[in-house]
Design a protein around this ligand. Sequence first.
Ligand code: G6P
Ligand code: BGC
Ligand code: BGC
Length: 924
Amino acid sequence: MDSVEPSGLQPGEGAPGCPQKGLLQPSDSSELVQECLQRFKVTRTQLQHIQASLLDSMEQALTGKASSAPGVQMLPTYVDSTPHGNEQGNFVVLELGASGASLRVLWVTLTGIKGQRVEPKSQEFVIPQEVVLGTGQQLFDFAARCLFEFLDAHSVRNQGLQLGFSFSFPCHQTGLDRSTLISWTKGFRCSGVEGQDVVQLLRDAIQRQGAYNIDVVAVVNDTVGTMMSCEPGVRPCEVGLIVDTGTNACYMEEARHVAVLDEDRGRTCVSVEWGSFSDDGALGPVLTTFDHALDHASLNPGAQRFEKMIGGLYLGELVRLVLAHLAEHRVLFGGYTSSALLSQGSILLEHVAEMEDPSTGAARVHAILQDLGLSPEASDAELVQRVCAAVCSRAAQLCAAALAAILSRLQRSREQQILQVAVATGGRVLEQHPRFYSILQETVKLLASECDVSFIPSVDGGGRGVAMVTAVAARLAAHRRLLEETLAPFRLSREQLAAVQTQMREAMAKGLRREASSLRMLPTYVRATPDGSERGDFLALDLGGTNFRVLLVRVAEGGVRIVNQVYAIPECVAQGSGQQLFDHIVDCIMDFQEKQGLRGQSLPLGFTFSFPCKQLGLDQGILLNWTKGFNASGCEGQDVVYLLREAIKRKQAVELNVVAIVNDTVGTMMSCGYEDPRCEMGLIVGTGTNACYMEELQNVAGVAGDSGHMCINMEWGAFGDDGSLGMLSTCFDVRVDQVSINPGKQRFEKMISGMYLGEIVRHILLHLTSLGVLFQGQQTQRLQTRDIFKTKFLSEIESDSLALRQVRAILEDLGLPLTSDDALIVLEVCQAVSRRAAQLCGAGVAAVVEKIRENRGLEELTVSVGVDGTLYKVHPHFASLVAATVRELAPRCMVTFLQSEDGSGKGAALVTAVACRLAQMAHV
Ligand code: G6P
Ligand code: BGC
Ligand code: BGC
């Protein structure tokens, strides 16, 4: 290795230092030539050092904890798979920044059939220097004009054109079509672009030019386009390498290693941006005075130091600096220079490539030099050729060291003994410079001997690859549109919510007057909230939420103490016969009494019964209809207190004194009212939803008395059962309703409460799957299962602290294996559904508090609402969305939401206690 020629790797460390111009006193010219060429020699040890240092820099950048030293950037590209070969369609590709100051437009047709290729049409445009160094707007306007010129020339029909933008500068991508330029490289310096989304800039320019309707679907680095242009072959093509004006590579990294992505599965393409690598320890010894001089005079001094030793933009310049140096020291051109030789940028990559080629004759070299205004002597051609070879060999070797670092990285992360991989290559230096290519390959073989690498030149200069990515991005964008269309009916405007509030107000008024209304506005015979003087021990039952509970409530001077036990109500009981249900309830009470040592005591009992009941007094409630999955026969139309007393009689073993029957909203209001006298409304958002509030008795038709208040159980779950919510109801709401046990009933509840939100989400997911937006269009059996998607999943999935991978874990537990894209969609569906629920609920609360305010003739009302229910309490955003909606729709009401901690059983006991106190007073 140490004597490989012509690259001429030398043994030992470091090239000799670079003496300052003028201090150099060579004994003769050949010594000076030797010394000068020697500076471009890089030893194997140095290359290995660069390889190791670059690998280290890559790994640090992947963890997101890179040190402050400028290293490689490791930028995610949002390309997650190499081509499948089935991508198809016509795409416009715009390439900017790959090949110097030029721009290319291509029309690429993907057939979707492996191996079947259609030649792309393409056209190249030279970007004027004043544009390269002008404003961003000038540059993007120029690009848009070229684009239109191309489309005009090729008579492309102006119909839904999809464009892939190959933009070859370091960018922070946050999606396939979102990419912020970090910094210009390679001689570009347009103002106002760094820090901006280049896709947006291009879109704006296209719009300014007007003529064509083009959708910029994807933005791609040239390395990625190159990798993606590789035909699927025997070995995976997982690296893209570019050596053109600049240099860079991308490769497929394990997604779990890319810290910024928060992804734990699959692979993702990372653009290394190795041009910015500049570890002093590793590069310092190989940097020459010529490199420093070049950097100094560049547009971006101090930046892209590695690129400036490799990229085609710089090779000619390095050669020029060396030739000028040798001429100044009379070793070349008889000591004469020319103004061209002393001018930056006069020697181009093409010149170097040609002169360096051993087959190029001396005459041609002479001709090139003469074009530079020089008068070469006979021996000069050979020396100039050696200079070109030295500069290019070093570039190829450094590039090989960097590529070897990627291969080591791949091998390490794949844990393979022998890594078999294909590297797609592109860029003029590689395409037009056979020597560069062969030195690169030889050196890679030496530095990464454990890898079996094949090099595959890219097809169509990467344009095809850009089209591939565009095809994928277009599919994703189409999916997004379908998702947006699907979720649009769930996104309610302020006007729609205000209309719900108004309708609710009207329905309340009608219900109170006993006119036809979907709101029953049931009097509860609760006339006052507790005053604190209530005392005693009470029993309470709490039936109708997630849990059935029996409670012992002690109301004493120091406060309320509760002992309670939860009992299950099996579905067969909830939906069996009424007798079974009430017998089961009494069994549970007996068990509780036994455990609490209460047998034989006849304590006053409050019964929280969370279903619509027409009350004729405090201890009489006719069940109007079951809700929330209960359907025990023989109960509707019956007094539930009577049914309970009958069951007690059947058991004969207990004596119970049922004093009050209370809806859970009322229990919650009472329970919170014990702590806060301003609590005049109760709200439940749990399995079902409902609200109650204190109404002026004079407004309540059918109850005697004109003064004072009465708590009204609104039964707002049934709001809209007269069809008034039809405008808001989506096809998913209709499906959920149709398969429920009470079709057409509880329409408001079915849009809001915990029993139904999971089902709505499930129906949306089924629909999105049928559109191919989710699960790659594969319907899974699990998702067809009713109630599989519990509302608690919405709460879990929407939790802010949860990473996307955890969302996926939740869904995988459900038997729904999905990708990160799928998980993101599921999250958005959950958010849309729960947001609508919270906003509808807020519109309802706004209607109620406004009614209370107006009843009292107040400019402003300060009121508290007691709230309970699993959805409200557990969901991470529900409560704040309700509050925000109320603020928006009822700005004159200062509403405080109090969460009930003890359930409504405590409230039922308090209602019972108040009743007992009043009865005692009446007795006295
Ligand atoms: C309250 C009650 C339950 C009520 C429930 C609603 O605290 O004690 O009887 O129905 O909350 O919540 P859930 O989520 O259980 O339906
Ligand atoms: C840019 C890269 C690009 C490379 C090759 C570099 O200057 O920073 O994004 O891939 O040139 O064109
Ligand atoms: C019932 C209400 C109850 C609400 C909350 C609804 O289904 O009809 O009476 O308050 O659920 O539990």
